[in-house]
Design a protein around this ligand. Structure first.
Ligand code: PEP
Ligand code: MG
Length: 902
């Protein structure tokens, strides 16, 4: 074989051969052990078997050719270096066999310590340890226990049971009270357990121990818990694990030995200073098992000042080298310090910002790198008020965390009651099976919204996110009974007025009031905290990084807002315009009656009267918004939803009519409404009479809106302000639709604006796949495109956005058909391709065509990177996501310009 394959694949690397950038091949642990070795730090010598070897083993079920010989060669050189041989009865070398994948999977895979011990070398180990029999037999029993459990699947309880028996015979609970004889007896007992379960004696041949342990680590990549962990953390299933074979060092050789873990800064707050724990006379697994209490690392200074000082020096060196927070594991063996692991440490969202700022101050990284090291998900986390869960609160249900935050309040079941109680100064949680546009006032009044149905793009979820209001949707353990004003969950009955707390990040529902803390980061964005003048390190760092992101980004960030208040807040949060002002909310409440008149109009005159009555109301809405956004562009979308959404539900009307008829009341109006609702019923309203189709079918409807927009702009300008309206036509699929609307709109605009200087752009949403595919034609009639990625996803996939997330997405996620809901993060391959085609063909037909996105994806971190890459001009998102989009747009810009140093 070798003749045909002269270059044999290299499966084994000495620590001196690797480096930190080889994580794919050597796993995180192996790559960093190599890096530390090359830095000259005290790492116990060893070697790493590559992930390639693991992958080959997992595909073929056997070790790849050449692996055994390479292990042999590296073992021999390790033996030479250490001056000891594996299993030597007089002076044995012992090794640990440790897993280590590219991404850390803590505790998910296997480790075997003390490989190389057998009935003879245990005596040699005792001699090495200065006649410490107890230590040698303890090490041997640990090997049989770990090897039995992880390599041969012997039930761990049996070993624990045997240990407990010996302890109780001795009348103690403490392992340390067992002497060498006890442990020798325990080894015998363990060997019997091993033989009983495996049908063979515990292997005495060290090389066999080593090979079986390596195989067990390979196999542990596919252990059930590892598979589950990977799925949860979205770690690819085909990476495989490396295996590290490391010379054993012992922290359990007496009081001058010990083991510890440490962080170079506080991973919770980011504060500078050493954070760690130390346990004298112990091995790493004792720390993890919590057998004895650790002491703060600082106490090591008293116990062993030389090692302590050396450790601090190494930690400073590692930070300087990795230019980041590092976490480490170390062991001290009789006063000699050994580094067993390091990696860039995990941290909280707050610590990520604080540390990035500190490292810039310390000159270790530049601002680009600081920006690269934080992300929008972390920023979003920092913006929500949060529960202080220091007391034990138990969740009674778990739904979908639809709009993050923490809210407590009295349960109400109707919008009207929410408004009433809120007016009395109460905090309320609006509980519904699902919400509809009629609940808007209640949602505004409520502290939070809880529904038992619907997913992340349900009405409740989308509207709540838009308002930055906490929402848990689809908590299907709740049985909501609106007429009875109560819900039940498990054995609990919750009545109107009872207090509940909901966590919109985790989706958890609690009974009673869980205390809430406000977010200082939001106070900063609101302008209530001066970043130059605060001792809050987090706020200072967020400000600095946001400023850099704003300077770096190419994408502009607008907001989706339909009220003056939302517009004002978004502006404080940094929005540079409104990318989507939905006008349908302007037809609700008191105005519903006018919409009913419009729908029921029996002739031109009645319809025109209804529209004429709506006109000044719409105009006033737009004036308020234009004033708030003074000088910034405002994209107003003409009315989009099917008109029957503004009428009462069919069943309710039918009951009203029947009851009124029974009572002999005049029901002419209700009957007319009922007839209209029946006439307008659609099987698939999302694909029915909505968007531009309404404008083409109902004479005067769009014209009224266009006039209101133009008149509002003129009014603002006459008052000395500036208005930059952009009129957007929804649901266009063919250029002819847009042309028809455009011709009429241009005529009205020309008539209204006269010489006022107001300029009005006319453009379209791209949210129907056909529009994306004919974008070249549509661009002829549009000055801008705004991608409505909610509908584009709905129609691109054929997924009803109101139903599917709760119905079956869980299964799709489980099967890996998608990694994340395509309503949350843009499906770059499919829906994203439509966006790309439309952007390219639109710009080819009309250079300078303005391109934006206003679907929910505009505020999603990954999607923002995609829109940057496609070359859009702006993203538009709900006010609370504006800072997230600014940050991610900055990150996208530095990533693609190549200034990213990692
Ligand atoms: C969209 O479809 O992405 C969009 C912004 O419009 P709406 O969500 O109002 O349908
Ligand atoms: Mg839409």
């Amino acid at each position: 074989m070798a003749a045909h394959d002269p270059v044999e694949q290299k499966y084994v690397y000495d620590f001196a051969e690797g480096n930190k950038d080889l994580k794919d091949l050597l796993g995180g642990k192996g790559a960093n052990l190599a890096e530390m070795t090359n830095l000259g730090l005290p790492v116990p010598p060893g070697f790493t078997i590559t992930t390639e070897a693991c992958k080959a083993y997992l595909t073929t079920g056997r070790e790849p050719d050449g692996l055994a010989a390479q292990i042999e060669a590296h073992l021999e050189s390790l033996e030479r270096e250490m001056g000891r041989r594996l299993g030597d009865p007089d002076d044995p070398l012992l090794v640990s066999v440790r897993s280590g994948a590219k991404f850390s999977m803590p505790g998910m895979m296997e480790t075997v310590l003390n490989v190389g011990l057998n009935d003879r070398s245990v005596i040699g180990l005792s001699n090495q340890a200065g006649g410490n029999d107890r230590f040698a037999w303890d090490s041997y029993r640990r090997l049989i226990q770990m090897f039995g459990k992880t390599v041969c699947e012997v039930p761990g309880e049996e070993f624990e049971h045997a240990l407990d028996e010996i302890k109780s015979a001795k009348g103690t609970h403490n392992d340390l009270d067992l002497d060498a004889d006890d442990l020798r007896g325990l080894v015998d007992a363990y060997k019997k357990i091993f033989a009983k379960h495996t049908g063979r004696e515990f292997p005495q041949e060290p090389r066999e121990q080593l090979d079986l342990a390596i195989r067990a680590v390979f196999d542990s990549w596919n252990a059930e818990r590892a598979i589950l962990y990977r799925r949860q953390e979205r770690i690819p299933a085909d990476l495989g694990t490396a295996v590290n074979v490391v010379t054993m060092v012992f922290g359990n050789l007496g009081p001058d030995s010990g083991t510890g873990v440490a962080f170079t800064r506080d991973p919770g707050s980011g504060a500078q200073g050493i954070y760690g724990d130390y346990l004298a006379n112990a091995q790493g697994e004792d720390v993890v098992a919590g057998i004895r209490n650790t002491v703060p690392l600082q106490e090591l200074e008293q116990l062993d000042k030389t090692s302590y000082d050396q450790l601090l020096g190494i930690m400073a060196r590692l930070e300087e080298h990795y230019k980041d927070l590092c976490d480490i594991e170390f062991t001290i063996e009789r006063g000699k310090l050994w580094m067993l692991q390091t990696r860039v440490g995990k941290r909280t969202a707050a610590a990520a910002f604080v540390i990035a700022g500190q490292l810039v101050d310390e000159g270790l990284i530049d601002l680009d790198e600081a920006l690269h090291r934080v992300n929008g998900a972390q920023l979003a986390q920092l913006m929500f008020p949060r529960f202080q869960l220091d007391h034990e609160f138990e969740a009674v249900a778990k739904g979908i965390g639809a709009s993050p935050g923490a809210a407590s309040g009295k349960v109400v079941f109707t919008s009207a009651r929410a408004v009433e109680l809120a007016a009395e100064g109460e905090s309320v949680i609006l509980v519904r099976r699902e919400t509809n546009p009629d609940d808007l006032n209640g949602m505004i009044a409520a502290q939070g919204i809880l529904t038992s149905r619907g997913g992340k793009t349900s009405h409740a979820a989308v509207v709540a996110r838009g308002m930055g209001k906490t929402c848990v949707s689809g908590a299907d353990e709740l049985d909501v009974n609106v007429p009875a004003k109560r819900f039940t969950v498990g054995d609990h009955v919750v009545n109107e007025g009872d207090v509940v707390s909901i966590d919109g990040t985790t989706g958890k529902v609690y009974l009673g009031e869980v205390p809430v803390m406000p977010s200082e980061v939001v106070q900063y964005f609101e302008g209530e905290l001066d970043p130059e003048n605060t001792d809050d390190a987090l706020v200072r760092s967020v400000h600095r990084i946001m400023t850099h992101a704003d300077a770096a980004r190419r994408l502009r960030v607008r907001t989706n807002a339909d009220t003056g208040a939302d517009a004002a807040r978004a502006r404080r949060f940094g929005a540079e315009g409104i990318g989507l002002c939905r006008t349908e909310h302007m037809f609700l409440g008191d105005r519903r009656e006018l919409v009913e008149r419009l729908i029921l109009a029996s002739g031109d005159k009645e319809r025109e009267d209804a529209l004429a009555a709506l006109l000044p109301l719409q105009r006033a809405d737009f004036i308020e918004i234009f004033r708030e956004m003074d000088g910034l562009p405002v994209t107003v979308r003409l009315i989009d939803p099917p008109l029957h959404e503004f009428l009462p539900p069919l069943e309710q009307l039918a009951v009203n009519v029947a009851v009124a008829q029974e009572r002999g009341e005049d029901v002419a109006k209700e009957e007319a409404l009922l007839a209209a609702v029946r006439r307008m019923h659609e099987e698939n309203p999302m694909l029915g009479l909505r968007g531009v189709r309404l404008g083409l079918v109902i004479p005067g409807l769009f014209a009224m809106q266009v006039r209101a927009i133009a008149e509002a702009a003129v009014a603002v300008v006459r008052d000395g302000g500036t208005a930059c309206p952009e009129i957007m036509v929804p649901l266009v699929g063919a250029v002819q639709e847009l042309e028809t609307v455009r011709t009429e709109a241009e005529r009205i605009i020309a008539e209204v604006v006269g010489d006022s200087g107001v300029e009005v752009l006319i453009g379209t949403m791209i949210e129907v796949p056909r529009a994306a595919l004919t974008a070249g034609q549509i661009a002829e009639a549009a000055e801008f495109f705004s991608f409505g990625t909610n509908d584009l996803t709905q129609m691109g996939w054929g997924f009803s956005r109101d139903d599917v997330e709760g119905a079956f997405f869980w299964r799709y996620l489980e099967l890996g058909i998608f990694g994340i809901s395509p309503f949350e993060s843009i499906d770059t391959d499919g829906v994203g391709r439509l966006v790309r085609i439309a952007a390219e063909e639109g710009r080819a037909a009309r250079p300078g065509l303005k391109l934006g996105v206003c679907g929910e994806h505009g505020g999603d971190p990954d999607s923002v990177h995609f829109f940057h890459e496609v070359g859009l001009d702006y993203v538009s998102c709900s006010p609370f996501r504006v800072p997230v989009a600014r940050l991610e747009a900055g990150r996208a810009a530095i990533t693609t310009t190549g200034s990213d140093s990692r």
